[in-house]
Design a protein around this ligand. Structure first.
Ligand SMILES: *Cc1c(COP(=O)(O)O)cnc(C)c1O
Length: 269
């Protein structure tokens, strides 16, 4: 047995990437993790008898520095989502070129307060968390005032709380259809679909999580079947994250929002 000083275990270099900072290339890099996520999406789509091209990857960038976001964009990501307006605004300069070139869409995926509407309109191409007509009306007014109608309308989704948990935002499933129909008729907003955050797999059974996703699909199908003005564009189902994207894809997700599987665990606040 070698003495301590003769240990064959190499010493960790004093400089170089820390454990918290993934390498730019190779295993563990954002690019490599993205490849794994894309494989998961393709496999889940295949298992559900769906075309993998029907499922878009939104990379959830909350708490990630601009550098990590840029690595994701370099690896082909064309849709990112931010939860907090403050972060959205802080990272906007880093992605401005891509955005201006039409090579990137940025969605707000966190709850939006009315006093932050201007900041979202300046930096995001879409909002996935509409949960009241009041908010929708306020955004619509702002878009109209800024001349953002027709092709330049803001993409919006109605967020639905399919789990009934008090802690989750979103409108109740029973009220989602009426809200969506009203939103679809507002100028300056383009209703593109519906978004939900599924029940947590730690505390809910798989079939319960799936039932929530199926509920969102039913809401969308009902709204589209109404043929009400502006509902023909409401095709998207934004559902599924790192832990449950397979279940969401099995239930028809067209956008999965993935953070942890792309960047690694977020530091706990
Ligand atoms: C953080 C977040 C995600 C991504 O969650 P992961 O489990 O890290 O993949 C998706 N949607 C919303 C609304 C989020 O806040």
């Amino acid at each position: 047995m070698p003495a301590e000083s003769q240990s064959s275990t190499p010493q960790r270099p004093a400089t170089g990437p820390s454990a918290a900072e993934p390498p730019a290339t190779g295993p563990g890099s954002v690019a490599a993790r993205l490849a794994v996520v894309r494989d998961r999406i393709a496999a889940a789509a295949g298992a559900a008898g769906r075309d993998p091209g029907e499922v878009r990857l939104l990379v959830a960038t909350k708490t990630q520095p601009p550098q990590a976001v840029l690595e994701a964009l370099a690896a082909g990501v064309d849709l990112i989502g931010e939860n907090r307006v403050q972060e959205l605004v802080a990272k906007a300069p880093a992605v401005a070129d891509r955005l201006a070139a039409g090579a990137l869409e940025v969605h707000m995926i966190g709850h939006l307060q009315r006093n932050k509407i201007n900041q979202v309109l300046a930096t995001a191409t879409g909002l996935e968390t509409l949960d009241s007509l009041d908010l929708a009306q306020a955004i619509s007014d702002r878009c109209v005032r800024d001349g953002r109608t027709g092709d330049r309308a803001l993409d919006v989704m109605v967020q639905v709380n399919v789990t009934g948990e008090e802690s989750k935002s979103g409108v109740e499933p029973d009220a989602a259809g009426a809200l969506a129909t009203a939103v679809a008729a507002l100028p300056g907003l383009r209703l593109t679909g519906f978004m939900t955050i599924g029940a947590h797999l730690d505390s809910a059974a798989e079939h319960t999580v799936r039932a929530g996703f199926a509920r969102l699909r039913a809401v969308r199908d009902e709204v589209r079947a109404s043929s009400a003005q502006g509902t023909e564009t409401a095709t998207e189902l934004s559902m599924g994250m790192t832990g449950d994207l397979e279940l969401a894809i099995a239930e028809g997700a067209t956008i999965v929002r993935v953070g942890t599987a792309v960047f690694g665990r977020r530091p706990t606040p």
